[in-house]
Design a protein around this ligand. Structure first.
Ligand code: F3S
Length: 422
């Protein structure tokens, strides 16, 4: 068994020299480091905290206990979504007792010095981490984006451990903090996937969903991608892969920073697995994301992960001059920062003219927003399409943003029928 070497400062924290909260946090980190066979702890520069989500009395008690012990974060720490939109939860099906507890939990994390960005897409905020920077992010889509697209280094921290790392500024030196553990393990060749399919609006979330299932927790490298994905496409891709599987990092040759070539992504080694992806596998993945045949829609949902300004701009183009069907709830989730920005740009008013409702700082899969009568959902999010049947007990239609808008206008599912097959 690897011996864990703690610095004098770590040992001081463990002995209670920095207070009771830091002592508790360090004792949790030491346990995790031993489980992971880490030989030491490292300094992290910043944290993103998922423990902010109210999931019941235990999560609230944990937060209030830490805050009551005088816990404060040692590094700049941002907050993931809350379980409520504190400025509009009354519009939805959120019970007031639930909202009260969720609000108390939010306050406990603010008391510890965390920053109230309330978003699952912290990379959409200013001041991103840099290439190679050791950070401690939780929320699976943020983790995969940080490791893959930014090239920062983070483990896939679970809730509760993330705040312990933020309080101490220390994390087990293992996993993706180590260069050798960032090499690709599975080589996915896209040379058989036609350009028309790669260009189609819904390609990246479907590819991400397929990849998560195929890779589980391996690190994939994709090559022969013929298109240049933008950050929102990479966001949707990584989020889906980190949901259907445990993908914490991916490489795309010529696109992600640690993959200037296939050899570089593999760090000169042979891939443990090789796969040549076919069009049929993508079609099959697409079929799996659709879980109902009921064509009458109750909800159209977007913003998992939180919508960016650019995604709102695109949505505004699709919705211009049109009106959402009165029986359909068209819901988008985003952060308070992005909402303020689209209001400033005049996009919010356009959204509202179409009938879009926006919730900020929260998540449809966590907050009890929908009613039990809302049974059929359409979404452009691969992550939401994957989780919603189980978590919200809804049937899901997966489609592109334009298909979602067309369907919302008609109140019925309206798809373009695999237009990439031309
Ligand atoms: Fe964000 Fe909730 Fe989706 S936290 S990534 S909107 S599941």
């Amino acid at each position: 068994m690897t011996k864990l070497n703690l610095s004098p400062e770590d040992l001081g924290m463990l002995a209670g020299k920095n207070g009771q909260a830091a002592q508790l946090a360090m004792s949790v980190i030491v346990k995790m480091a031993e489980i992971e066979c880490a030989d030491s702890l490292i300094n992290i520069t910043r944290a993103h905290i998922d423990s902010s989500i109210y999931t019941g009395d235990a999560s609230l008690q944990f937060a209030e206990k830490l805050a009551g012990m005088g816990a404060t974060v040692r590094v700049p720490s941002t907050l993931n979504v809350s379980s409520i939109d504190e400025f509009g939860w009354e519009q939805w099906n959120v019970p007031s007792s639930y909202a009260g507890k969720a609000k108390r939990q939010m306050e406990a994390y603010l008391q510890m010095g965390c920053s109230p960005v309330w978003t699952c897409a912290p990379y959409q905020n200013n001041g991103r981490p840099e290439l190679g920077e050791p950070i401690a992010w939780s929320e699976s889509n943020a983790v995969v984006f940080a490791n893959s697209v930014i090239g920062a280094r983070t483990a896939r921290f679970p809730g509760f451990l993330d705040i312990c790392v933020a309080i101490t500024g220390r994390a087990p030196h293992s996993g993706l903090y180590l260069t050798e553990n960032r090499a690709a393990q599975m080589h996915i060749n896209l040379d058989l996937v036609p350009m028309a399919l790669q260009r189609s609006e819904a390609f990246f979330p479907i590819l991400g969903y397929w990849m998560g299932k195929a890779c589980q927790d391996m690190i994939p490298v994709l090559d022969h991608l013929k298109v240049q994905p933008d950050e929102d496409q990479l966001k949707a891709f990584g989020a889906a892969a980190a949901s259907s599987g445990g993908v914490a990092m991916f490489h795309i040759v010529g696109i992600t920073p640690e993959a200037p070539s296939l050899e570089a992504a593999l760090q000169g080694k042979a891939a443990a697995r090789e796969h040549r992806l076919t069009e049929e596998e993508i079609m099959d993945a697409y079929t799996q994301l659709n879980t109902t045949s009921d064509q009458r829609l109750d909800v159209v949902f977007m913003g998992c992960p939180h919508f960016s300004v650019e995604e709102f701009e695109q949505l505004a183009e699709f919705t211009a001059g049109r009106t959402c069907h009165p029986d359909v709830l068209f819901l988008v989730t985003t952060s308070r920062k992005v909402r303020a920005e689209i209001e400033r740009l005049g996009i919010l008013a356009k959204m509202q003219a179409f009938g879009v409702k926006i919730t900020q700082d929260t998540c449809i899969l966590i907050s009890p927003i929908l009613s039990k009568q809302q049974k059929v959902m359409m979404t452009s999010s691969g992550k939401c399409a994957y989780y919603a049947p189980g978590q919200l007990q809804v049937g899901v239609h997966f489609g592109s943003v334009s298909e979602c808008v067309n369907s919302a206008v008609h109140g019925l599912v309206h798809k373009e029928n695999f237009t990439w097959k031309n």
